[in-house]
Design a protein around this ligand. Structure first.
Ligand code: NDP
Length: 285
């Protein structure tokens, strides 16, 4: 018989070492505000120890865990079930444990989508996606499942962009194409949503994806996945062109909220989680 009366619900993340983990602080602030007796613990799990770590989480009756690079693909062989988008994306970052059964989800793209929906519904929209890594793949799949009309993926190595376009063609009704990324990339007229899903801008407020920012029309919503610093150079340039913008903090917060709904079955406060991250990242109002 399970007796949780003497301890908190255990959740956490299997990741690589990190001195200060903003996600841990954000999740625990969310749990505390919601009055949930749960902990979120960051564990440094080496690839060779992933199976043991999962067995440990099951043995300790964790409610679930997140996993980051390098575990997002390797974790799949240890799961009992996969949510639809995680199956299409081929990567899992959130695992729910119920009665010893493990279900894999991918909340990266879902977090982005929840954040985007505050500005617009992606249904029938034309999207231009910069980058073709894990975040871009997850975002592309969720936007396609949400009814986006067309997604163009631009990446330095066009093969990775083409692989995402092929994935969408095979698994969704959204049309997609891939293109190479020359210096000074022109953003086509009629683009409803431009998304930077590269790592350009992470930890560097002056780094700008090499696009022609003058080509941005003011009807284009410009989103960045970079959570820190949230007001990236791309977003500042887009604002100057009159575009509405969306930062990566919202994606991170919403991903945490969706994960908590799956793992502990509670809706956490976006406000307190956003404030916690903004404090950590030193964001000025
Ligand atoms: P990956 O390493 O899988 O992909 C990185 C992408 O960035 C690739 O497409 C890569 O292109 C591109 N890239 C990197 N440097 C350059 C450059 N100088 N010029 C052009 N393209 C470049 O990383 P992820 O997809 O996992 O993560 C991407 C970013 O998303 C990270 O910064 C991460 O912090 C952020 N992220 C934010 C989340 C949030 O909640 N806000 C959640 C998840 C991720 P190429 O393939 O040619 O190398």
């Amino acid at each position: 018989m399970t007796d949780r009366s003497f301890r908190s619900i255990l959740t956490g993340s299997f990741s690589t070492p990190c001195a200060e983990n903003p996600t841990v602080v954000m999740m625990e602030a969310g749990y505390a505000k919601a009055g949930i007796d749960a902990r979120y613990i960051n564990c440094d799990v080496k690839p060779a120890h992933l199976a043991d770590a999962i067995a440990g989480a099951k043995a300790m009756e964790w409610a679930g865990f997140n996993c980051s690079i390098p575990h997002k693909i390797a974790v799949i062989e240890h799961l009992d079930d996969l949510a639809e988008s995680a199956r299409i994306i081929g990567a899992v970052n959130c695992v729910q444990i119920r009665d010893g059964k493990l279900t894999g989800n991918n909340t990266d793209g879902k977090g982005f989508l929840a954040s985007l929906r505050k500005l617009t519904d992606p249904k029938d929209k034309t999207v231009f996606l910069l980058g073709a890594g894990g975040a871009a793949r997850a975002i592309a799949v969720e936007l396609a499942l949400a009814g986006a009309r067309h997604i163009t993926i631009a990446n330095r190595s066009i093969e990775k962009a083409q692989a995402i376009a092929d994935l969408l063609a095979k698994n969704t009704r959204c049309s997609a194409d891939a293109q190479a990324w020359p210096e000074g990339l022109h953003i086509p007229e009629g683009t409803d949503i431009l998304i930077n899903a590269t790592s350009i801008g992470l930890g560097n407020r002056d780094a700008l994806p090499p696009i022609e920012t003058d080509s941005l029309g003011n009807a284009t919503i410009v989103a960045d996945v970079i959570p820190n610093p949230p007001m990236t150079k791309l977003l500042r340039e887009a604002k100057a062109q009159g575009c509405k913008t969306l930062d990566g903090l919202g994606m991170l917060v919403n991903q945490g909220i969706i994960g908590a709904e799956l793992v502990v079955g509670a809706t956490l406060s976006a406000e307190i989680m956003e404030k916690t991250l903004a404090d950590i990242f030193g964001v000025q109002d």
